[in-house]
Design a protein around this ligand. Structure first.
Ligand code: GLA
Length: 752
């Protein structure tokens, strides 16, 4: 018998118990337990708080007789797969729920019998061929269990990968399929992970929205039947983020049990919870099976994307913090991983397509004066790109607009003390471009059929290596001089008529996934060749804000909606899975260009501080007072961005539930906390208000930067921070709060 709690230090293990053929993966936080079932398949047993290890857990396995079903063995009526919890279920052999795997065989059958064939355990975590994934830097950071199952008739072999990390409640899963047989197989559904839970007493949380309204939190109870989200748009989408969580009823930000899944993938995906008629829940995540058909010839392999599960009983914040830590430190890679992000100015909302070098330099002058560190030239600098009807695909500078080229402009920006960055949209082409004129067959389209355009552009066929090579070559030429230190990589339309001119008919079902593999390959080559460049991904704002992108680009433009009030919702929702350091956030002009709202300049900054931070407006149009304020904001961000971006982030009050939003970031030593408080509509003669903080040292005395009051951490976390406002409706020197869309930043510093 082994205890599952450590006496200090790191404690993690993967144990196989021969007697009941049970696998137990555990660390200080969680246990994940499954077994080889009597018929040879794999059965789900447990995922939750760490259990002490023991000689086996097979006694948890339950089998009962259910009428009107079908059974595996002739000598018992209590062994129907429909009533057995499994790790890799298939359809057609007595399990009538959603399968994790669907394989069309040469005889037209899809029946499989995957039998346990062995296991191995390795220290650390293997790379997934061609795909982004979490990683371990030292072998002691993680352990990986690889369990093999095989179908004797076809020779199809599956290796299920389970990685447990030394700390935290995360578990990474994926599956590798190998055709060890002699017939051609068609993988038509390949979930990255499937598991069955013993009950269904959960609410389902998803991040839902649309363009300019991404990742709003929606919660609904699980009921019998299927609760599902997904994308078939060719990108992970702003409609449904590849994330979902099950919440025990009554779970709050700070309390309750949460089981979440996040897919490290940027293309079509599906996630579901199927509650069966006996109250168990099947959870699945993986590539969307619509239009998916992967031809697996003898000897070939297929690797699914990775699903990262997190279990926590510290409420939603506990779950989120596990994702933040893991994704920030072991998904994001490269030089920018732990670096504070440069404060940038982007010209898009300032000029749109209407700019000259001279105009850009006037903005740059003001930006440099304010202490801004990076100038980003958005869309319109290349080819015939003077509007969004032309030019995509031709990644050479437009000399009419920029007579000194990219390098010439970059030198002028550098002379002003700032770094220089550019916008690109590498996966797209306009019909009005040299690239399209030369290679009309390089776009996804079906011969003889109309091709749908999106923003007047076509999607390049990134399933083709020659296409990706061409774009790589064009980008390499731009980045080679080393003058560009930041790239905003955009993607502005969904994929339609997904058909490749380079693949045979029986491989067209591979195009959506091959496109993503091509995209990842291009990212891999560019980030490897130009490691100093900071990449920010974007897809009309946050339409591809997913862990797959974060592996290559440490930050993502969270939304084209730059209004502060809208952003509070978007950033609050995004933080459910993604760290503050990953959220591109800018201060823009008022009236706001998306919602026409007037918000105070400080509220726009107070919101954008909880992100990578930058400006997206023409600073020359601000008053002298506003410029002075911008200078203070930039100085504030420089002073506190390490805590804002990399501290422990807590959501405290939700914009989806009321008029006031509160969140905070706490330094690693817990001695400094920055609280963001945002009130949407003003109120008159309102009630007393306070908010309970989190993550402080109970015994430390904190000084409040706004009131000067000193309170101990235990007071702030239990009585709360007093935030009362809106006394009598007239301007009030003490509260100073007279408008809608008000906000405050409290800096709390331990003074003893
Ligand atoms: C997308 C992006 C914007 C901007 C424009 C340029 O909409 O999300 O931020 O870069 O493209 O065309």
């Amino acid at each position: 018998m082994e205890k599952a709690a450590s006496e200090g230090g790191i404690y993690m293990n993967i144990v196989y118990h021969e007697r009941g053929r049970v696998f137990h993966l555990f660390n200080d936080s969680v246990s994940y337990i499954f077994m080889v079932l009597p018929h040879g398949g794999l059965g789900s047993l447990y995922y939750g708080k760490a259990l002490r290890d023991r000689e086996g857990f097979e006694h948890i396995f339950e089998r009962v007789h259910r009428g009107m079903t079908a059974c595996v063995f002739a000598d018992t009526r209590s062994y129907s797969l429909d009533a057995i919890r499994q790790e890799l279920p298939t359809y057609g052999s007595s399990d009538f729920r959603r399968p994790a795997l669907n394989v069309l065989q040469e005889n037209g059958s899809r029946i499989l019998d995957l039998q346990y064939a062995g296991y191995r355990v390795m220290d650390g975590k293997p790379k997934l061929a061609g795909l982004p994934a979490t990683y371990a830097e030292a072998e002691t950071e993680a352990k990986t269990l690889i369990v093999e199952v095989q179908d004797a008739l076809t020779g199809l072999r599956a290796e299920l990968l389970y990685t447990i990390f030394a700390t935290g409640g995360a578990l990474a899963r994926s599956v590798r399929y190998i055709n060890d047989g002699t017939e051609v197989l068609h993988l038509q559904k390949v979930m990255s992970m499937s598991m069955d839970l013993p009950d269904a007493d959960y609410d389902w949380l998803q991040l839902t929205g649309a363009w300019t309204r991404e990742r709003h939190i929606e919660i609904r109870p699980l009921t019998t039947g299927i609760t599902a989200i997904g994308s078939r748009r060719g990108h992970s989408s702003g409609q449904y983020n590849p994330f979902a969580a099950l919440l025990r009823r009554g779970t709050t930000e700070t309390r309750g049990e949460v089981l979440a899944m996040s897919l490290v993938y940027s293309g079509n995906f599906e996630m579901l919870a199927e509650v069966d008629n006996h109250g168990t829940t099947r959870l699945q995540a993986g590539i969307h099976s619509t239009d998916f058909d992967w031809k697996l010839v003898p000897g070939a392999q297929f690797q699914t994307p990775e699903a990262v599960l997190v279990w926590s009983d510290d409420g939603l914040n506990g779950m989120s913090q596990t994702y933040h830590r893991l994704y920030q430190s072991r998904l994001v890679r490269g030089q920018w991983r732990e670096k504070v992000r440069p404060i940038l100015i982007n010209n898009w909302e300032a000029t749109y397509f209407d700019f000259t070098e001279e105009k850009l330099l006037t903005i740059a002058d003001k930006a440099a004066e304010c202490g801004i560190e990076l100038f980003v030239l958005d869309d319109g600098w290349f080819g015939a790109r003077t509007s969004d009807y032309a030019g995509l695909g031709d990644w050479t500078v437009n000399r009419d607009r920029l007579p000194n080229g990219i390098d010439g402009l970059a030198e002028k920006i550098e002379a002003r003390g700032m770094k220089f960055g550019i916008w690109v949209e590498l996966e797209m082409v306009n019909e009005d471009s040299n690239l399209y004129r030369a290679h009309p067959d390089w776009v996804l389209s079906v011969p003889g059929r109309r091709k749908s355009l999106g923003r007047s552009q076509c999607v390049l066929d990134f399933s083709r290596k020659d296409v990706v090579d061409n774009i790589y070559g064009q980008m390499e030429a731009i980045l080679a001089s080393g003058k560009v230190s930041y790239v905003k990589w955009d993607m502005n339309r969904s994929i339609t008529e997904c058909w490749s001119h380079a693949l045979p008919a029986d491989r067209q079902g591979e195009v959506f996934h091959r496109y993503i593999l091509g995209l990842y390959d291009l990212y891999e080559r560019l980030t490897t060749k130009f490691p100093h460049v900071l990449f920010e991904s974007c897809a009309s704002g946050g339409n591809r804000f997913d862990p797959g992108m974060l592996y290559y680009a440490p930050q993502t433009w969270a939304s084209d909606n730059s209004d502060a009030v809208e952003r509070q919702k978007i950033q609050y929702g995004t933080s459910i899975c993604y760290p503050v350091s990953s959220m591109g956030s800018h201060v823009s002009v008022v009236p706001n260009h998306q919602v026409n709202r007037m918000t105070p300049l400080h509220t726009r900054a107070n919101t954008a501080y909880f992100g990578t931070f930058g400006y997206e407006l023409d600073l020359n149009k601000l008053t002298a007072e506003e410029i002075a304020e911008v200078k203070e904001q930039v100085a504030f961000m420089k002073k506190y961005r390490a805590i804002l971006q990399f501290g422990t982030f807590y959501r405290l009050q939700s914009p989806f539930e009321g008029n006031v939003t509160v969140w905070m970031s706490v330094s690693a030593d817990q001695k400094t906390a920055i609280v963001g408080w945002y009130r949407t509509l003003n109120r008159v003669n309102y009630r007393f208000e306070r908010v309970k903080l989190a993550g402080l040292l109970p015994d430390a005395l904190y000084e409040n930067s706004l009131s000067g009051a000193r309170c101990y951490g235990d007071e702030l976390m239990n009585y709360g921070l007093i935030t009362t406002d809106g006394t009598a409706g007239e301007p009030n020197a003490e509260n100073g709060l007279t408008t809608d869309f008000e906000s405050r930043i409290y800096v709390l510093k331990a003074v003893e």
